[in-house]
Write a protein that binds this ligand. Structure first.
Ligand SMILES: [Zn+2]
Length: 469
């Protein structure tokens, strides 16, 4: 009797532990998620100046209260980072989940709700950082809390990082972490910002996961000549030489080069697109150069982001030269925003630009060192990508499309060190961007229901990758 009683008790305890691991009480979780999300949005961490210590201290306190070992690390005390770790049994290499604590600046006059108010209105939460990146930050934090509370046994350590300075001052954030604290953040896989689920007309259409990103680099065109009186036009006028060089670069589309991610991207996008658009995506993958060229022309005109994904791109964005209408200047300069394919040979590319400029009076150079290192593509046949895809099906019931980011994120530094990184994000309405509610826009917002769904998605991915089997 007693023995049976004990057996029953033991199995009840086991069942309780298992059920707490398997499924958190999502209703209770939602209240807490919203509380942390709003608290983080209310901290003014606009960069510059950053003041990310506000968010770092908040996050550290939440982790401390939960008994999760966490440390603050900083090169500048006002711009601190948090690293926390839940230990696993070491069967697999760690998984890193991260979110950045800084946000871009705001023009308060453009906001209907205060930018650091975290106002709730008709199902949305408004605030700078709502979708960049306090959503990922909150979801990663909640995942840590749930793992700890559920006592989830882990096959690998789960590392949490809240980093400063993603918006243009990586020296205090990811660069510092990779340089000074790499052993504490080193992982097989990482999850961060950069992807997202696209809704159209309120319905989930597809999800993108960022598995690779282009490398930003600056190229300068510097035209030189002899200064002179404007009443006497000169053949050497640097403004004229520079204008020609800029026009030639502007007309130039570097050759198309696909990689595993972009090939899969266009193929999967074609599968879910209307037939006329799908044909362009298929043609861009075609081995027939004429078909590919026509598709490329169409994308450049209609979907410029897709055109950029096909190649290393160069966009002339700044021109300076001259200071008086009656003086021929001795110098004129243009700056190109170059986004290199991750495996581009950077010196060879500079030579290609020189060949396009084709003017000995115009110097072509990289004026500063690269700020983001090239890194390897996250594998689509990896355990992590498969786990993400499966979770996407379970939580969003949609198809996962791997994507190469045309912009840069902090994942670049980790990829540069061999970590396979995946950019994820919550579901947002495709109609919201043009209305001015997207990342870096004049206002920013996220649906509360999608914040909660994103926490569930994070939980699904992290447990399927890290939970002990
Ligand atoms: Zn961001």
């Amino acid at each position: 009797m007693l023995a049976i009683g004990r057996g029953l008790l033991a199995s009840t305890v086991v069942a309780l532990v298992l059920s707490s691991q398997a499924a958190p009480d999502w209703k209770a979780v939602e209240e807490e998620t919203l509380r942390h999300y709003q608290a983080l949005l209310r901290l003014d961490t606009r960069n510059p100046p950053g003041n990310e210590h506000l968010a770092a201290d908040y996050v550290k306190e939440v982790l401390d209260r939960e008994g999760i070992p966490a440390q603050i690390v900083a090169s500048d005390p006002n711009r601190s980072n948090v690293i926390a770790r839940l230990k696993g049994n070491g069967r697999k290499k760690p998984l890193l989940i991260m979110g950045h604590t800084d946000v871009v600046t705001v023009d308060p006059a453009k906001w209907a709700h205060p930018p650091f108010g975290a106002t709730r209105d008709q199902g949305y939460v408004y605030g700078r950082g709502a979708v960049d990146d306090k959503d990922n930050l909150t979801a990663a934090l909640m995942t840590m809390l749930l793992l700890k509370r559920g006592n989830v046994p882990l096959d690998r350590d789960v590392i949490f990082v809240a980093e400063a300075g993603e918006e243009g001052s990586t020296n205090v954030g990811i660069d510092f972490l990779v340089k000074e604290h790499f052993p504490e953040v080193e992982a097989e896989y990482c999850l961060a910002e950069g992807g997202g689920v696209t809704r159209k007309g309120g319905q989930v259409a597809f999800a993108t996961v960022q598995t690779l990103e282009k490398i930003p680099r600056r190229i300068e065109l510097v035209a030189g000549g002899v200064a002179g009186h404007g009443s006497v036009p000169l053949k050497t006028n640097p403004v004229v030489h520079l204008a020609g060089a800029v026009a030639r670069v502007g007309d130039w589309r570097p050759p198309i080069r696909l990689n595993e991610t972009t090939a899969a991207y266009f193929k999967r996008l074609a599968d879910i697109s209307p037939p006329d658009v799908a044909q362009h995506y298929r043609d861009v993958l075609s081995s027939d150069p004429a078909k590919q060229r026509a598709a490329d022309d169409w994308l450049f005109e209609n979907e410029p982001r897709h055109s950029s994904m096909l190649r290393t791109s160069a966009s002339p964005n700044i021109i300076t030269g001259g200071y008086r209408f009656n003086v021929i200047p001795s110098q004129a300069t243009a700056t190109l925003d170059v986004r290199l394919l991750p495996d581009e040979d950077q010196d060879a590319f500079l030579q290609q630009v020189k060949a396009v400029v084709k003017d000995p009076a115009v110097e072509v150079r990289y004026p500063v060192a690269a700020t983001r290192p090239p890194g390897m593509e996250a594998r689509l046949d990896s355990e992590a990508f498969k786990a993400i895809e499966a979770a996407m099906t379970r939580v969003y019931d949609t198809v996962t499309i791997p994507a190469m980011g045309t912009g840069a994120t902090d994942m670049a530094q980790l990829r540069g060190k061999g970590v396979q990184c995946f950019g994820i994000g919550p579901a947002t309405d495709t109609e919201d961007g043009p209305k001015g509610f997207g990342a870096h826009s004049d206002q920013e917002r996220l649906l509360e229901s999608e914040l909660h769904r994103f926490v569930r998605f994070n939980w699904e991915v992290v447990t399927s990758l890290a939970k002990a089997r």
